[in-house]
Design a protein around this ligand. Structure first.
Ligand code: DAT
Ligand code: MG
Length: 155
C-alpha cells in the first residue's frame, strides 16, 4: 500500500449546515484518512476563477465561481492509501441527479443540492492533488511531509 495525499474541500453549501459539516468530518475519520492539514477559508472571486480556470467558458462557470466564493469553505489535506480515488468514490458523481439516483450512499447523493452546489471537491489525479494542495496550503511541503515528517507511516 502506498501512502497518497489528496485535497478535499467541503464547499460553502455544506459548511453552512453545521450537521452536514460535522457528518462529513466524521466520515473522513471513519474512512481512515489522516488529517494532515485543515483550514477554514473564504475565497475572493479571483481565487475561485483561478482554481476553476479549466472550466472557463462552460455554461456553469460564472455560477460555479460565484458559489465557491459565496461563503466559508473547509479544506483538508488528507492522507491514506489510494486517497485520491477513495475520496472521489466517497463524494460520488458530480451531477446531483445521478448522485441521488445511482449512488444515494455517497456524500453528493446524500447532501448535494444542485450540480453546482454539490458539497465537496476532491482532486482527480496525483498532478491535480499536488497543484491543489499548493493552491490551498502554499506553505505545506508535500515532499518533506512524505519523506521526512512521517517515515514510519509508509511501512
Ligand atoms: P468534480 O467536482 O466532480 O471534479 P468537475 O471537475 O467536472 O467535477 O466540475 C467542477 C465543478 O463544477 C463541479 O463540482 C460543480 C461544477 N459543475 C460541473 N459540471 C456542472 C454542470 N453540468 N452544471 C453545473 N455545475 C457543474
Ligand atoms: Mg474536478
Amino acid at each position: 500500500k502506498v501512502l497518497q495525499l489528496t485535497l478535499a474541500v467541503i464547499k460553502p453549501d455544506a459548511v453552512a449546515h453545521p450537521l452536514i459539516l460535522e457528518a462529513l468530518h466524521e466520515k473522513i475519520l471513519e474512512n481512515n484518512f489522516i488529517i494532515v492539514r485543515r483550514k477554514d477559508l473564504v475565497w475572493k472571486k479571483e481565487q475561485s476563477e483561478t482554481f476553476y480556470a479549466e472550466h472557463s467558458g462552460r455554461f456553469f462557470y460564472q455560477r460555479l465561481v460565484e458559489f465557491m466564493s459565496s461563503g466559508p469553505m473547509r479544506a483538508y489535506v488528507l492522507a491514506r492509501d489510494d486517497a485520491i480515488h477513495h475520496w472521489r468514490e466517497m463524494m460520488g458523481p458530480t451531477k446531483v441527479f445521478r448522485a441521488r439516483h445511482t449512488s444515494p450512499d455517497t456524500i453528493r447523493g446524500q447532501f448535494g443540492l444542485t450540480d453546482t452546489r454539490n458539497t465537496t471537491h476532491g482532486s482527480d489525479s496525483v498532478e491535480s492533488a499536488h497543484k491543489e494542495i499548493k493552491f490551498f496550503f502554499p506553505d505545506f511541503c508535500i515532499d518533506r511531509w512524505m519523506n521526512e515528517d512521517e517515515p514510519s507511516f509508509r511501512a
